[in-house]
Design a protein around this ligand. Sequence first.
Ligand SMILES: Nc1nc2c(c(=O)[nH]1)N[C@@H](CN(C=O)c1ccc(C(=O)N[C@@H](CCC(=O)O)C(=O)O)cc1)CN2
Length: 335
Amino acid sequence: MASLMFTDCSSSISSRLIHVNARSSGAILFRQHVGQLRLRSTASPRGCSLSIRCSSSATSVDGKAVAKTIRDEITIDVTRMKESIGVVPGLAVILVGDRKDSATYVRNKKKACESVGIKSIEVRLAEDCSEEQVLKSISCFNDDPSVHGILVQLPLPSHMDEQNILNAVSIEKDVDGFHPLNIGRLAMRGREPLFVPCTPKGCIELLHRYKVEIKGKRAVVIGRSNIVGMPAALLLQNPEEITREADIIIAAVGQPNMVRGSWIKPGAVIIDVGINPVDDPNAPRGYRLVGDVCYEEACQVASAITPVPGGVGPMTIAMLLSNTLISAKRIHNFE
Ligand SMILES: Nc1nc2c(c(=O)[nH]1)N[C@@H](CN(C=O)c1ccc(C(=O)N[C@@H](CCC(=O)O)C(=O)O)cc1)CN2
């Protein structure tokens, strides 16, 4: 778990989270910043007029609607770019294996690209293909000037070295922001990554578009991914207590309904990144998706909360489109 104190955050330039203090659970200090937000109109959320309330029923943050607004903005820029310099941004997606969920995400990425005028190229490789085959595809896309963004859908089959594969993506085309150089720059003060990973970028974008003030707020990130970057042992230290102190909670732990209403400070803003399938014989797919936060309980205490589905998920893909556009603009020096 990472508890973060936001010391400076501008919606138009960069969002820097500096240090933090897990006071009651054994002090840890670390630095981290989560994102550069260079999307236009971050300060005026077109298409979402809700204000954040502090009442017994939380505002449900509509990630689907915000993602649509962002796609509309991207469409305008993609069209302008095509008309003025004849360049169409291109995204290459590599899918290895036959996981149904990954195939669905890739299909949705392709559809999203089509909807904004970004060209998408997909390479599908068999579950038992070699790491070399994946590296070869990456190398081709690194050299292809019509490709401005490359992503390898995760997770990869277990026989592959994920780090090796992510390292092979050209840092200039790393629209997922997973290359160690991009992650390293994200983690250091005074350095700028070329791309910010899409899900955390989407989380911060939602906060901005809903005009949630970040500066000076106490925030907690519950999760153990590389992006959160905390040693796993620290996760075991009283998450409930730290969470109760937070004004902003980002739950990214992958445990259905783990964060209960009693963990939440009244009026807190909750971004739920979890997408957890739970069995439900009445649901068309035999399961339904729930977040890491117990939504019904949290609604009674929080001032705003992202639902699952329909919260952060759609933002992940919108941010991928945004990163691909940023890449094409940077490569072609187009403002
Ligand atoms: N290379 C990457 N791999 C993975 C990433 C990533 O950002 N880059 N993230 C996840 C999967 N993912 C995108 O790839 C993703 C997950 C969920 C959604 C989404 O919109 N979810 C919907 C619900 C969808 C449903 O009903 O099945 C929602 O939350 O509303 C988008 C993208 C792991 N891999």
